[in-house]
Design a protein around this ligand. Structure first.
Ligand SMILES: CC(C)(COP(=O)(O)OP(=O)(O)OC[C@H]1O[C@@H](n2cnc3c(N)ncnc32)[C@H](O)[C@@H]1OP(=O)(O)O)[C@@H](O)C(=O)NCCC(=O)NCCS
Length: 220
């Protein structure tokens, strides 16, 4: 047996995660505005209402069912990005995240996502759900690496400022894998069918709503 010291553990990222406070909101909004302004990653595009978004960020700090985590450079104190989870009354955490362009591709997103998943568990969620644009390969790879599954795709769903209508991919992660093996049933014990089987001539009804409420919002 060699008595050589083991090789040092390589740290890809050295960042600090912490919950956002009211005094951080403007720095977080600056990152959000830059990423939104890129026009290709988030649901929000440049030119959004900053005052309204500021109010939303502040309200999120007070909301017991939500947490926003900031990624901070421990040396300079610069806010590199942020992510949030908001747990709906039916136990599903909606997740969104954004990093400044020069902070991407170094594994920081992984550290942030791990922190957000831990937070979602602590807030009592049984599942995390999000929507991502189909072209957002880094984000999709990151979510897949943490066990998320593609649950569906909404087609030509979101109108962009260009007038184009983009698809979005729905991804979900069960925080307790045992849930995947559960047989969901109606109150009388009838198993839920895999897919709705409607008679072919049934007229379409009003706007689609999930059984537990509205569909998740677009990426962030
Ligand atoms: C999505 C985001 C948070 C990911 O964070 P990140 O720190 O860049 O991600 P990582 O460095 O951990 O990389 C994640 C994966 O994507 C890959 N990747 C990174 N940059 C990539 C690129 N430009 N093209 C393709 N794959 C890329 C990495 O190799 C890694 O995959 P791997 O684990 O299989 O190697 C970050 O890119 C971001 O903020 N993007 C803009 C906002 C956004 O898209 N938010 C998500 C909306 S749903």
């Amino acid at each position: 047996m060699s008595d050589e010291a083991p090789p040092p553990v390589l740290r890809v990222v050295d960042v600090q995660l912490r919950p956002m406070r009211a005094e951080d909101v403007d720095a977080a909004l600056d990152v959000f505005a830059d990423v939104a302004g890129e026009g290709r990653w988030l649901g929000t595009e440049g030119g959004f209402d900053r005052t309204a978004r500021r109010e939303r960020f502040l309200a999120g700090i007070e909301d017991p069912n939500a947490t926003t985590l900031l990624v901070e450079d421990p040396v300079t104190g610069r806010i590199l990005g942020h992510g949030h989870v908001h747990v709906a009354r039916y136990g599903v955490a909606e997740l969104g995240m954004a990093l400044a362009a020069d902070a991407r591709g170094r594994g920081i997103g992984g550290a942030l996502l791990d922190g957000l998943l831990e937070t979602a568990r602590a807030l009592g969620a049984h599942k995390v759900e999000l929507q991502v644009w189909p072209h957002n390969e880094p984000a999709i790879r990151l979510y897949l690496s943490r066990g998320f599954a593609v649950e569906g795709r909404v087609r030509r769903h979101y109108r962009r400022s260009s007038g184009q209508r983009w698809d979005a991919v729905i991804m979900g992660l069960l925080l307790d894998e045992a849930l995947a093996g559960e047989e969901p049933t109606l109150p009388d014990g009838t198993p839920l069918p895999d897919a709705p089987s409607l008679p072919p001539d049934r007229p379409r009804e009003g706007p689609a709503q999930g059984p537990a409420g509205p569909a998740p919002r677009p990426p962030l």
